[in-house]
Design a protein around this ligand. Sequence first.
Ligand SMILES: NC(=O)c1ccc[n+]([C@@H]2O[C@H](COP(=O)([O-])OP(=O)(O)OC[C@H]3O[C@@H](n4cnc5c(N)ncnc54)[C@H](OP(=O)(O)O)[C@@H]3O)[C@@H](O)[C@H]2O)c1
Length: 267
Amino acid sequence: MAGGALAEVIESRADGFKPGDLVFADTGWQEYATAPAAALTRLERAEPLSHLISLYTIPGLTAYFGLLKVGQAKAGETVVVSAAAGSVGSLVGQIARIKGCRVVGVAGGAEKCDWLVREIGFDAAVDYKAGDFHKALKAATPDGVDVYFDNVGGDVLEAMLFRMNERGRIACCGAVSQYDTATPRGVRGVPGLIVVRRLRMEGFIVHDFYDEAPTALADLRAWAASGQLKVQEDIIDGLENLPAALIGLLAGENRGKRMVRVVTDRQ
Ligand SMILES: NC(=O)c1ccc[n+]([C@@H]2O[C@H](COP(=O)([O-])OP(=O)(O)OC[C@H]3O[C@@H](n4cnc5c(N)ncnc54)[C@H](OP(=O)(O)O)[C@@H]3O)[C@@H](O)[C@H]2O)c1
């Protein structure tokens, strides 16, 4: 299985890497991996080390660039994010709040929705599993939606298209509702609502913006240090628990970034 990991260099014949260096690497699901130096991203130590996975690599950069570069969110606008209690989603909502937006999360279950509002600082949250999602979404977004950060696709995306304001932006980050289904489906409203409401719907991959990572990382570090950004982590121990951890992630078991610790941290 492919899998991105925070890893420590044990041995290197490449210039610039020595034992003890921390790197982000596609190690796969295993305790040891070999990789060409060009495929490694060097990481500065952070406290706790787990933030190198939950904030300072893919989740933080995806949330930051997807919201601000693709979504072009501006102060005073309404931002909705799906899979809001997850790793990327919980950061998207908090960054949007920092930027002065009104933020509504979409998540599965009352407990996750309460947590988003009470502890993470979302203005509202809608449980897409509770029934009459369209009505609840309308009540939570009385002024319509300017930016929708889409992590899930499917039914939630379809409902969101009907809530978008003219010139709204949909940042297509992922389609988790479609990853594990036997009945993948399209979405009504494409292209009709895109045309009539002059929407922009744009997909992106976090790597597209890596040239600008230093600016993003400086902001993320400052917000985390000041307490404006809360980083929720969901760590499971043991390589043998990786399959169950992935299945549980797709079933919505996680809150924040789900990670599996393969070896004990050496601080
Ligand atoms: N474009 C990029 O560069 C990039 C980079 C990283 C991640 N991504 C994408 O971003 C999305 C979020 O990733 P993540 O790592 O932060 O995962 P995550 O949100 O931490 O976990 C996935 C969440 O998806 C929700 N979910 C599962 N099935 C669903 C369904 N049928 N409908 C609606 N929600 C459902 C679950 O929460 P509930 O309990 O709320 O259902 C689950 O907790 C994924 O689509 C991922 O592929 C894209």
